[in-house]
Design a binder for this molecule. Structure first.
Ligand code: ATR
Length: 278
């Protein structure tokens, strides 16, 4: 039996097992199973050793371990190195490699939305500017692909976080970002405002800052459960377009599945329905 895991704390709400088990069944990987496991920091080393000893075939890592897992790994793949955040593990030879598929998941979502295809982003792009709220564990996975996009256009990535020093830490990794005070708005039109904070996970959560802006701005929330946070609801009521983190979640899962199995699953209605029915 090939066992795959998603590890985190808390982990009850993770929908990764549903998605991956669906694909495993669909592609007749009858010897594979994907489960969730709540772990503590002290278990991380053991998990990595179990991959090395072939007791576990692959692992997804979620909050709060995406950074904490790094010291136990042998190598980081590109996006994991750029973001210093890991969400997927597998063994290559005798080495345990850490990957970041959140980053590619977000890049695919944004390029779909902006109407670029990934091959096209090797050429110059029209200007795109982005405003990011938050500087937590997942934020670097959003900034990295945006820097990649704006690196090909004259755009700017603005970051604002309640605790400014956490945003300043991100500037060490991404020197080109511009930091704003919490509650301050970028002085220019931004194509997207992106919530990467944990505010919204509880239905009543509210950021309590003024985000009123041009109607053409897309409001994007990484949270997909609940489906519509107050951040998205208020933007919708102001007349802006909104999008939740569902597609990014599915894209990161697809990229992880590809890393483990070499099979590229489709993000089709069937798999979207699995999330919507939950
Ligand atoms: P991590 O993702 O690193 O585990 P987290 O505690 O879940 O961290 O917080 C993620 C992000 O949500 C951070 O940017 C955090 O802001 P701080 O750096 O100021 O802690 C942000 N966040 C959490 N609660 C918030 C709130 N009530 N208002 C504004 N931002 C908040």
């Amino acid at each position: 039996m090939k066992k795959y895991l998603v590890i985190g704390n808390p982990i009850e709400h993770s929908l990764s097992p549903k998605i991956h088990n669906h694909w495993m069944k669909k592609f007749n990987l009858n010897d594979s199973i994907y489960e969730k496991k709540k772990v503590e920091v002290k278990n991380l080393k053991q998990i990595v050793e179990e991959i090395r000893n072939d007791k576990i075939a692959g692992v997804n890592v979620t909050v709060p371990f995406k950074k904490l897992i790094i010291p136990y790994l042998d190598e980081l793949h590109e996006a994991a190195r750029d973001t210093q955040s890991v969400n997927t593990l597998r063994k290559v030879g005798n080495k345990i490699i850490g990957y970041n598929t959140d980053s590619l998941g977000f890049l695919r979502t944004v390029t779909d939305y902006c109407g670029f295809t990934v091959p096209e982003i090797n050429v110059d792009l029209p200007r795109r500017d982005f405003f990011i709220l938050g500087a937590g564990g997942v934020t670097s996975s959003i900034i990295a692909p945006l820097q990649f996009l704006v690196g090909r256009s004259p755009g700017v990535v603005w970051v604002s976080n309640r605790t400014k020093k956490n945003a300043e830490q991100l500037k060490k990794l991404f020197p080109k970002i511009e930091i704003l005070e919490w509650g301050e708005k970028p002085p220019i039109f931004c194509h997207m405002v992106i919530n990467t904070t944990s505010v919204g996970l509880k239905k009543d959560d509210n950021l309590n800052i003024d985000l009123k802006t041009d109607k053409r701005t897309l409001f994007y929330d990484l949270i997909y459960n609940p489906k519509e946070t107050n951040f998205l609801k208020e933007a919708r009521l102001r007349g802006n377009k909104t999008m939740n983190g569902q597609m990014m979640f599915l894209h990161q899962a697809k990229e992880a599945f590809k890393i483990w199995t070499d099979i590229t699953p489709e993000i089709d209605d069937e798999v979207i329905k699995i999330l919507e029915n939950d």
